[in-house]
Design a protein around this ligand. Structure first.
Ligand SMILES: Cc1cc2nc3c(=O)[nH]c(=O)nc-3n(C[C@H](O)[C@H](O)[C@H](O)COP(=O)(O)OP(=O)(O)OC[C@H]3O[C@@H](n4cnc5c(N)ncnc54)[C@H](O)[C@@H]3O)c2cc1C
Length: 476
């Protein structure tokens, strides 16, 4: 069953998750906390859209048990399913300009990839297979949301580093009991940690040498001992005039601490199995399916940036200059490359071992190579086109003050009032220069992993033989 926005908010409030913010444990309803109320409202809107009759067909589907469920839980088996998934993600993303990197469809897509590949996890222990299937089905039936984590704390990234057993940092299994495994240590970096129903914990790279690091599970966010440590909030105020983006879409990132958390056996779907831990991302197409969602979101974000650039140009009337057109052309080229990659991934989709129609990984891996590198340039273009208007930004209160007449006179646009112009440039500032905006740039650089390692993956996985042979033939 799909839930409404208020169902989602009530459910997250009721969980009473242990969230630490600015030195204090949050008490009371998280939906009323200044750092979280904006994002919870924005997420609630997504759930409400699912229940709106005008969008139901796009945003939901009937599961095999004839239950209406959110689109991202659907296993795509036909090209039509893939297209519908793309259109639904795009529709949701347009409500937030692609700024919600972790809208519920992101991890839910991963949950679908894992759940439909349950036989893989049940290969050596059938219980793990039935556990992930049950977790997936429950998520679909109850419209659950997840945060996820797959990175160990950034203490020492040297290849020769091995953690000392007596000084636990990276989360590991410290005990097994009849009830479950006991996890102690920390994981990075859980975006939206504490404001989702559950946390999905999947193997982190690097520590496979010791089997106590090989595990995967999903547990409710309010499991005893589970703590979410927030960074500083980038909600500077809830004024949507002053902070049009941060006030609504600041997702928060958290460090996850497992203080001897008991993970019940029924929540575990991988344990001490090196082979499955190594192959699960490839064999379930987890990353490829996530990338299909991410690329759709990136396209929406780039469309937003293109529209913003054109509006800025009109506001100060700089459209006649060649370099301005050249800069906007860079944004257009980015957009068209992304759209082309998406189409290529879609039309080359192939069925995997579990009956899922999986978009082609090559164009998607290309997109995740490309976007972390080009996104900072898109932001730079907005800055270069804006000039001082990104700095001369009176606030809502200034517009209510006795100096308003000066502002109206001296900050007016070529064809717009000062108020409309400032509104527009505040939007640009919040995308490029505010704490919210700079975090967006960092997110695009790293949200899918270290870009260098992603590039190694692209290189190693790309079949280059036909091109090597081409040169050999040419020379002969
Ligand atoms: C805003 C934001 C939100 C995020 N949200 C989530 C989330 O919701 N869930 C989640 O699981 N993760 C999330 N991530 C984490 C993300 O997955 C990691 O940041 C990313 O994988 C990079 O890991 P790291 O930060 O530990 O950097 P590192 O891997 O430590 O990299 C730091 C630097 O060291 C270099 N380096 C490190 N190791 C090597 C090596 N072996 N070979 C060559 N160079 C190396 C890197 O190239 C890089 O230059 C998020 C990150 C950001 C920034």
């Amino acid at each position: 069953m799909t839930i409404s926005g208020s169902d989602y908010i009530k459910r997250i409030d009721a969980l009473n998750n242990e969230i630490w913010f600015n030195g204090n444990k949050i008490t009371g309803n998280i939906s009323e906390h200044p750092a979280f109320k904006g994002i919870l409202k924005s997420k609630a809107r997504l759930f409400d859209l699912q229940q709106n009759n005008d969008y139901k067909e796009l945003l939901t589907f009937k599961s095999s048990k004839n239950i209406e469920a959110g689109f991202s839980f659907q296993q795509p088996t036909t090209l039509e399913d893939l297209k519908k998934r793309r259109l639904a993600t795009s529709f949701w993303s347009r409500t937030n300009a692609g700024l919600l990197g972790r809208s519920p469809d992101y991890v839910n897509t991963g949950m679908m990839a894992l759940g439909t590949a349950h036989e893989l996890f049940g290969k050596h222990n059938p219980k793990f297979g039935s556990n992930i299937l049950r977790i997936y089905e429950k998520a679909m039936q109850q419209d659950l949301t997840f945060t996820h984590t797959f990175i160990n704390p950034q203490v020492n990234r040297s290849t020769s580093y091995l953690e000392d057993d007596s000084n636990i940092i990276a989360a590991k299994v410290v005990k097994e009991t009849k009830d479950g495994i006991v996890i102690k240590g920390a994981r990075l970096l859980s975006t939206q940690g504490g404001i989702t129903d559950e946390i999905l914990v999947i193997p982190a790279g690097g520590n496979f040498i010791d089997e106590s690091y090989i595990y995967a599970f999903s547990i409710p966010s309010n499991t005893p001992g589970l703590k979410f440590l927030c960074r500083e909030s980038f909600v500077l105020s809830d004024s949507s005039f002053d902070y049009p983006l941060g006030s609504r879409f600041e997702e928060m990132d958290t460090i996850v601490v497992f203080d001897e958390v008991i993970v019940p056996w029924e929540n575990v779907f991988l344990y001490k199995d090196y082979n499955i831990a190594f192959s699960m991302f490839q064999d379930t197409n987890f990353n490829t399916l996530l990338l299909y969602q991410a690329l759709t979101r990136m396209i929406v974000k780039t469309e937003f940036i293109l529209g913003l650039a054109e509006n800025l140009i009109d506001a100060i009337n700089i459209g006649e200059y060649q370099h301005v057109k050249d800069k906007v052309s860079e944004i257009i080229v980015t957009l068209e490359i992304l759209k082309g990659l998406q189409l290529s991934a879609e039309i080359q989709a192939k069925e995997n071992n579990w009956g899922t129609l999986v978009p082609d990984a090559k164009p998607l891996n290309t997109a995740i190579y490309y976007y972390p590198r080009i996104y900072p340039r898109l932001v730079e273009i907005i800055q270069l086109l804006s000039g001082s208007s990104l700095i001369t930004l009176p606030t809502d209160k200034d517009f209510q003050s006795p100096v308003r007449n000066y502002i109206d006179q001296y900050l007016q646009g070529a064809n717009s009032t000062a108020e409309d112009k400032v509104k527009l440039f505040r939007l640009a500032w919040d995308l490029c220069m505010s704490p919210f905006g700079t975090r967006q740039t960092h997110f695009e650089r790293f949200f899918f992993g270290d870009p260098v390692k992603l590039s190694m993956g692209l290189y190693n996985g790309y079949d280059k033989n036909q091109y090597i042979d081409y040169i050999k033939e040419f020379l002969s």
